[in-house]
Design a protein. Sequence first.
Length: 293
Amino acid sequence: MPILSRASVGAWLGLIGLTLATGARAETAELPARLIALDTEEGERLLVESRSRRDYFPLSEHFVAQKSQSLCGTASAVMVLNSLPIPAPEVPEWAPYRSFTQDNFFNDQARALGVARGGLTLEQLRQLIETHPAQARITFASDVSLEEFRRTMIADLADASGFVIVNFLRSALDEDPKGPIEASLAGHYSPLAAYHEGTDRFLLLDVARYKYPPAWIEASELYGAMTATDLDSGKSRGFLQVRAAGGAAPAPIPSHSRLLPIAAAIAALFFGSGALVGSLWTRRRMRRSRATG
């Protein structure tokens, strides 16, 4: 029986974690035949064989499904921000732990921008991301070739310091919706997590988990889906490369409990008192021994 390498074992563990985090498949849409679902034997093999998958593990750890059908950009940004070494906002119900959520993503600065919570252009999503300690760079697919896109994505996926969010047209991948009007409007955001060299496929962690599973997509198909025009901006779709902002403070380590110092003091008092009582008792026995000796 072959022995798996440490990287292979890590890939399997990450796959298990993503499966548990996203839940079992319910009444989802049928994945187009030319895409390869991650939770298939072939999809798992591609992940294990991938040499550009540094982004997969942190993203799968922080995977979230979009809360509504218009929050794909928000959910993608939350996954990426939680994967970066930057301080996150407070979440009262999780105190003392902090996290980016699809609610606190829209902070006071975001509201000042007047950006709606619904569908976002690449520029709007960039502005929202940069209201947090992060920086985002936009590349429109119309400005790069397929080769440049592939090369840029591979380098980013092999670098754990940054993450990629792609914006593409669903119908160009033969995904729903396919209606005469919706087909040209239904853009979608999701993070990329890995690249498989042998098949020239990228792994997309689709944040519409209620609809499609994470899937491997051929580079040429994904690129083609990004060259479609976003009717809101009048520009092509594309991708965002997100990193921690320069000078951003590292994420703080939460204090697990305010009771810990008190517990430590009580423990010290208990053991100190025990030691004192033990010492007095020993001396008393020694005096009695001398008196009877």
